[in-house]
Write a protein that binds this ligand. Structure first.
Ligand SMILES: C[S@@+](CC[C@H](N)C(=O)[O-])C[C@H]1O[C@@H](n2cnc3c(N)ncnc32)[C@H](O)[C@@H]1O
Length: 221
């Protein structure tokens, strides 16, 4: 199930910004590894959000080798805190950042993003949530007090990825229960995340059907 037609998807891909040479290398590595980077359509939105918020500090939950971070930096962000479980991916990320001329702007923290975020004070201008889907809502609740008013929280894989989109449609359209967490933790996690941000007066949320689908929440408190 896809929210876009094939023509729509091809149109968005064809009109997305060009990769820089280093981003093209990262995309090639993602293809080789079968690694889920956010891609240029959503990357363009990350770049736009960094630009619109005049971002100084960005925090990411789940960075891989730093592809999404490069879009924030292309949008003028001063610095991105990248978090990653996998030390090899983080090492690649440090090397890619250096190749890009971003060595001083990217900090890779190896370990659990949920623990790393506790060690950082805000304020952050933009946050990307792109780690374990079952922990999105927790990540949101933890980071929200550290995001400045007017800042933005983006969550990836809202309409595509390791989720059952039909279950999400049934939940939000007809109030069907979310799937049992033991069976489909990812779908349940995305459903809970959307339910959380949509019912929280501290943010205003829009779901954009670009890439794997992103939820963009602006902090309005
Ligand atoms: C979808 S990928 C991130 C892609 C990246 N944001 C991009 O677009 O370039 C998710 C990454 O999060 C990492 N990850 C998952 N849970 C994590 C956690 N709790 N703490 C740190 N990293 C985590 C995984 O190892 C994986 O590399």
């Amino acid at each position: 199930m896809d929210v876009l037609t094939d023509a729509g998807r091809r149109f968005l891909a064809a009109t997305a910004p060009e990769h820089t040479p280093v981003q093209a290398e990262m995309a090639d590595l993602a293809d080789e590894w079968g690694f889920p980077i956010i891609g240029p359509e959503s990357g363009a939105v990350l770049r736009l959000l960094a630009r619109l918020t005049d971002a100084s500090r960005v925090f990411e939950f789940g960075s891989g080798f730093g592809y999404s971070a490069t879009w924030f930096l292309r949008g003028g962000a001063d610095g991105v805190v990248c978090t990653e479980f996998d030390a090899d991916e983080a090492e690649r990320g440090v090397a890619f950042a250096a190749d890009h001329g971003y060595a001083d702007s990217v900090t890779f923290e190896v370990g659990d993003a949920m623990e790393t975020v506790e060690r950082y004070d805000g304020p952050f201008d933009v946050v990307l949530i792109d780690h374990q889907k079952g922990r999105y809502a927790d990540a949101y609740r933890t980071v929200l007090p550290k995001v400045r008013s007017g800042g933005v929280i983006v969550a990836d894989n809202i309409t595509r990825g390791p989720i059952d989109f039909d279950d999400l449609v049934a939940h939000f359209e007809a109030g069907e229960p979310l799937p049992d967490s033991a069976v489909d933790e990812e779908t349940r996690g995305i459903g809970e995340y959307l339910g959380t941000v949509r019912s929280d007066d501290a943010v205003e949320t829009a779901v954009l059907p670009v890439g794997s689908g992103i939820a963009v929440s602006t902090v309005v408190r």
